[in-house]
Design a protein around this ligand. Structure first.
Ligand code: PGA
Length: 253
């Protein structure tokens, strides 16, 4: 019932040439399935979004942004608005990615404004949540993820939240080669879905897609996707190889 969704977060990688060729290879490799069997997106650095969107315009691969700002326009030097990103062909925007939270220092309140700004600006936000290693080790995963979801969606009614995709990305699994076991992923995803059911309603909770992210590789994709509440994957490192990313997309169908 929930259509699988795989997104590749390129982070601060690629250049003007390699971003376009990677996008072309992803489109070619997923052309049989992207759009109808599975939603596929690539998330390049801001400066390459426009050229990537151009080469993907005839394909079913969507483009996302790694971040947005909370305001529509004005004196916010260095920031980029949702409407600007929509204008150049973006469909999705990550909000609260773990590196924004833990490297740049973004807090729940700012992330909440970004989720809201994405929706008002016509983008589909991907709200990222996940616990640190010490939080998992001290049994705080549920508490942390619950706080991040409640704060990230604060003030948004059900009609807006239906535009949101959630990405559960345990911080200790991002870029480390450590993947959550399929059972750990399922447990966290199920907690998030039950929480959404309590905050909104059962039907909305059943419809929202929850992606798993954290060192996803071609050989872990299918088993993660086999979990009942894992609806897709947010892929970092492995999305920089078209072969690996295409294999992950195929493994997720
Ligand atoms: P990774 O990154 O696959 O390299 O762990 C995932 C992410 O940060 O979205």
């Amino acid at each position: 019932m929930r259509k699988p969704f795989v997104a590749g977060n390129w982070k601060m990688n690629t250049d003007s040439h390699s971003s376009v060729s990677l996008a072309k290879d992803v489109a070619a490799g997923t052309s049989e399935i992207a759009g109808h069997k599975i939603d596929v997106a690539v998330i390049p650095p801001f400066v390459y979004i426009q050229s990537v969107a151009k080469v993907l315009s005839a394909s079913s691969v969507a483009v996302g942004a790694q971040d947005i700002y909370t305001e529509k326009q004005g004196a916010f030097t260095g920031e980029i608005s949702a409407s600007m990103l929509r204008d150049i062909g973006c469909t999705y925007a990550l909000c609260g990615h773990s590196e924004r939270r833990h490297v740049i220092g973004e807090q729940d309140e700012l992330i909440n404004k970004k989720v809201s700004a994405a929706i008002s600006g016509g983008l589909l936000p991907i709200l990222c949540v996940g616990e640190l290693l010490e939080e998992r080790q001290s049994d705080k995963t549920g508490e942390v993820v619950t706080r991040q979801i409640k704060a990230g969606l604060a003030g948004l009614g059900a009609e807006k939240v239906s535009a949101v995709t959630v990405a559960y990305e345990p911080v200790w699994a991002i870029g480390t080669g450590l993947t959550a076991t399929p059972q750990q992923a399922q447990e966290a995803h199920n907690l998030i879905r039950r929480l959404l059911g309590e905050m909104y309603d059962g039907q909305l909770a059943e419809e929202i897609r929850i992606l798993y992210g954290g060192s996803v590789k071609p050989d872990s994709a299918a088993e993660l996707m086999g979990q009942q509440d894992v609806d897709g994957l947010l892929v970092g490192g492995a999305s920089l190889s078209a072969d690996d990313f295409v294999a992950i997309v195929k493994g997720a169908v």
